[in-house]
Design a protein around this ligand. Sequence first.
Ligand code: NAD
Ligand code: ZN
Length: 346
Amino acid sequence: MTSSMKAVVKTGPEYGAELKEIPVPDPASGQVLVKIQRTSICGSDLHIYKWNKWAENNVNPPQIMGHEMAGEVVALGEGVTSVEVGDFVSAETHIPCGQCYQCKTGLQHICVNMKILGVHTDGVFADYAVIEEVDVWKNDPAISARYASIQEPLGNAIDTIRAGEVAAKNVLITGAGPAGLLAIPVANAFGAATVIVTEPNDYRRDLAEKMGADFVINPLEEDLEALVAEVTDGVGVDFVAEMSGAAAAIKQGLKQITPGGRIALLGVPDGPVEIDLAPDLIFKGIDMIGVTGREMFQTWFIARRLLKEEKIDIEPVITHEFPLEDFAKGMELMESGNCGKIVLKP
Ligand code: NAD
Ligand code: ZN
């Protein structure tokens, strides 16, 4: 194995990142070293790249960027027993403390001392990356590295759709970014009767159709209420998966839910959102569910089954694949919104 590697490093508290040649890290006790085969760009990587307020508060440069990946284990740190050299793996990106109330009660995905791979630690936009043993997920060899690298965001979509118990229900997905796009085939695989998607961006509305949505509309220009009335015989949707973080979408989604229905919120608004609670939530008896990351490791088992048994087709969501060196091109595309998932190959 070589002693140096290329890595996309966030070098300082400002816009951008640099491709650098740096030493290959050694896995410490309880860690494994993975040779990265594919990695993909997440919205939070773009936040770190652009250096917004959230990044400022969470990231401590210099640090290697990235967290979504698939690769092969090439070395084990001391005491690692559950993984072997040669295993084809991906990484859960929550690094739980294992000791807090949540961790001790089966809720490690909402650990109060949570660290995130590539946010609070060195990440995976590199030839090699160090992963905590607790986060290593052994992939089925039947799944390609390209697909395996986006299982982490697929898990977000699975967790959100799972919250809706969508079998034979009418579902509205607000926002067709990568998360919303992945939620479409998941909702279909879980047996949703109809899937309606709202998305202002033309490119992404087109992708939503390719991903298998039944109805796709621009909520800023078309009449969602009329469409929902028509599709649901005037009843309203049973479930809203909020995947945009836009205040307007949260409010619009709530209005389309039939009384007794449910909304799960994955999208992260950039500030407080004003909701008219009495008419839109309380008197409609609506369940509102916050979704954070993915349940460990339920969502990974579900992702494996859906991918392995080809119950979902996620090919259309991967709109671009670049060499790692072209990460800046990927970031630009992400910023434009005219893309789905962007996969990088070291
Ligand atoms: P994204 O920003 O790429 O996608 C959001 C989409 O919503 C965009 O395509 C945008 O055009 C669309 N949109 C904007 N206004 C809208 C409106 N009024 N109605 C409908 N759609 C609208 O983000 P993503 O990577 O797909 O992730 C989706 C959201 O989920 C983001 O807010 C992200 O921060 C959040 N997220 C949360 C978690 C979590 O743990 N809760 C995990 C991953 C992502
Ligand atoms: Zn904890």
